[in-house]
Design a protein around this ligand. Structure first.
Ligand code: ASP
Length: 310
């Protein structure tokens, strides 16, 4: 049986001069998951191990280094899904833990539920042993302060207009940070998709993106598993990762399927999005509509290949 793993570090415009950090970070995450798959471990363990490495790397917008919301604190979303029996665990609006993807896994394995949110998710995380942790880095805090000052100029002193800031953010791509995702196929033919994020920068408090929503930012079926990145509101409208799987079920190749979903998102919304995915045969695909989407992958005995763009 084929084994494979692909990870992404977020679709957007990467900071000039930081490509090697993104390449090294995604490569290290694939290496960690690969070790697990090559020694007979599960797609779940491999995708989670890769996700934890990416969450712990402060250059990515997930876990440590997650972006701040409008009020200057971090609310994180994460989801894990398995192709077997559509097992899913997710958290949304989770504050002050180090690894949201581990909490999502515990929601899947230790509760009857699919998703926990906000205070309830935090209470559950503490019961599961996740200690208080501040994921905010000095760089993200400085970005937030700078952006808040620029935004005040852009929307006026009374802040009216700050509810819709997508246009403003588009003209400040230097702040784009990347969600993380990992998709794995193990030797038993199980597919697993994980996604974890701080969401979009300067989001309104309480905003939930595509990442924790099954079939939107994260999905796994026996046909294909995928993880999305980019402005989540578009990904949600398109039920994008479910569409990717449905197309493959109808006989499309994974590459054509992801291409078709990207084309639709481009046509309908000019969306700044990207996807990684693996099908049941171990074909890996990374594709995006943004200048960059650092991603890395391997299949069976291949080298780990890492790229800033597809
Ligand atoms: N998809 C994420 C969200 O909307 C953000 C991103 O991938 O950059 O929360």
């Amino acid at each position: 049986m084929t084994i494979a793993l692909i990870v992404h570090g977020g679709a957007g415009s990467w900071r000039p001069g930081s490509d090697s950090d993104a390449i090294n970070g995604t490569t290290a995450a694939v290496a960690a998951g690969r070790k697990i798959l090559e020694t007979g471990g599960s797609a779940l363990d491999a995708a989670i191990a890769a996700s934890v490495m990416l969450e712990d790397n402060p250059i990515f917008n997930a876990g440590t280094g997650a972006v701040l919301n409008f009020d200057g604190f971090v609310e994180m979303d994460a989801c894990v899904m398995l192709s077997t029996q559509s097992q899913i665990g997710a958290v949304s609006g989770l504050q002050r833990v180090k690894n949201p993807i581990l909490v999502a896994r515990q929601v899947m394995e230790q509760t009857d539920h699919v998703m926990l949110t906000g205070d309830g998710a935090l209470r559950f995380a503490r019961v599961m042993g996740h200690v208080d942790y501040d994921p905010i880095t000095a760089e993200r805090r400085a970005d937030w302060q700078d952006k808040k000052a620029k935004l005040q100029v852009a929307v006026g002193a009374n802040g009216s207009g700050a509810m819709k800031i997508r246009h403003f953010l588009k003209s400040h791509p230097e702040y784009a940070g990347g969600t993380i995702g990992a998709v794995a196929l193990d030797a038993n033919g199980v597919l697993c998709a994980c996604t974890s994020t701080g969401g979009v920068t300067m989001k309104l408090v309480g905003r939930v993106g595509d990442t924790p929503l099954p079939g939107c930012g994260t999905y796994a079926s026996k046909f294909a598993a995928s993880s999305a990145t980019g402005t989540g509101e578009y990904v949600i409208r398109a039920l994008a990762t479910r569409q990717i799987s449905d197309n493959v079920e109808r006989g499309m190749s994974l590459e054509t399927s992801i291409g078709a979903v990207l084309d639709g998102l481009g046509r309908d919304y000019d969306a700044d999005v990207g996807f990684i995915g693996i099908d049941a045969n171990g074909n890996t695909v990374g594709a995006h509509r943004t200048p960059h989407m650092p991603h890395a992958y391997f299949t069976d005995g291949s080298e780990i290949i890492a790229k800033m763009r597809a």
